[in-house]
Write a protein that binds this ligand. Structure first.
Ligand SMILES: NC(=O)c1ccc[n+]([C@@H]2O[C@H](COP(=O)([O-])OP(=O)(O)OC[C@H]3O[C@@H](n4cnc5c(N)ncnc54)[C@H](OP(=O)(O)O)[C@@H]3O)[C@@H](O)[C@H]2O)c1
Length: 280
């Protein structure tokens, strides 16, 4: 269980990922992403989650470079994730996409590279490319995103390396119980995207009452619920005070009753696409 923002969990290959990171989906390249990432690192975040399709890898890279200098950190203290976009899936094109992401970020390796979505007929070739990148020691760990149990089962049949992570939509309205159990059994770390349901939970009465009881915000309660469930989480904000708020979750504990009440909010409801039915 995490005790501070820099605490990590060991992935199935021994690499450690911080429990909390900053997400930068829909954050504009340039000043917006640079200031968000710099604010996060200055305030103790060590993990940043971007993707080629977010179009902000250059800004993320600029912020990383400046943050290392300004905070006296070394590259090894950060954990940087990016993802291969759907249009780039396939063996050779994934190898090229990885190089392209590194160039944009100005880095010579990533800590985690993910298959962004399980594109039918393509994701196994894409995984083979990730295995090559990993075996050639160009990336510290590889994983998937938006994979259901059946995608993972299919992938595992032909893969040499078990994904270190499955990053999927997860929040109190989408419990993902079967997937969480499957991942646990296989040693795949479960990671939440849209942990705050992209803002759709902030007027929920149950969350409000739990938050009031602990003198915390709803965002903090949800992020704490992630941690107490063993889920790595990457809430996004471009506002420094929220970036700080979202990481100030180590001074309270949700009780078993709190956890059960939050679990009871599940409606299997998504804000994003279903990985079995996406058209991008
Ligand atoms: N693998 C995938 O397919 C996938 C898909 C989606 C997202 N992701 C990753 O997961 C990360 C998180 O998901 P997300 O960005 O979709 O949604 P999210 O983190 O659930 O919610 C972000 C929204 O909540 C607001 N917010 C953040 N902290 C807040 C607080 N303390 N109080 C009130 N509002 C708050 C943000 O606004 P402000 O910015 O204005 O504060 C933003 O509108 C992404 O950024 C991305 O890195 C991955």
């Amino acid at each position: 269980m995490a005790n501070n923002l820099q605490d990590t969990v060991k992935l199935n290959n021994g690499i450690e990922i911080p429990w909390i990171g900053l997400g930068v989906f829909k954050v504009q390249d340039g000043e917006e992403v640079v200031s968000a990432v710099k604010a996060a690192i200055k305030n103790g975040y060590r993990s940043i989650d971007t993707a080629a399709v977010y179009g902000n890898e250059e800004g993320v890279g600029k912020a990383i470079g400046e943050s290392l200098k300004e905070n006296g950190l070394s590259r090894e203290e950060l954990f940087i994730t990016s993802k291969v976009w759907n249009a780039d899936q396939g063996y050779e094109s994934t190898l090229a996409a990885y190089k392209n992401s590194l160039n944009k970020l100005g880095l010579d390796y990533l800590d985690l590279y993910l298959i962004h979505w399980p594109v039918k007929g393509k994701y196994k070739e894409t995984w083979r490319a990730l295995e090559t990148i990993y075996n050639e020691k160009m990336v510290r760990s590889i994983g998937v995103s938006n994979f259901h149990v059946h995608h993972l089962e299919d992938l595992l049949q032909d893969s040499e390396i078990i994904p270190a992570i499955d990053q999927v939509e997860f929040h109190p309205r989408l419990a993902q119980k079967d997937l969480r159990k499957f991942c646990k059994d296989k040693g795949i770390q479960f990671e939440a995207w849209a942990p705050l349901m992209q803002g759709h939970l902030f007027d929920n009465a149950i969350l409000k009452s739990i938050a009031e009881k602990h003198g915390k915000s709803i965002a903090q309660v949800i992020i704490r619920w992630d941690l107490q469930n063993g889920v790595v989480t990457i809430p996004k904000s471009i506002k420094e005070h929220r970036i700080i708020e979202n990481s100030s979750v180590f001074d309270f504990n949700l009780t078993r009753e709190d956890l059960e009440q939050i679990d009871s909010l599940n409606e299997d409801r998504r804000v994003g696409s279903d990985p079995d039915n996406f058209n991008f």
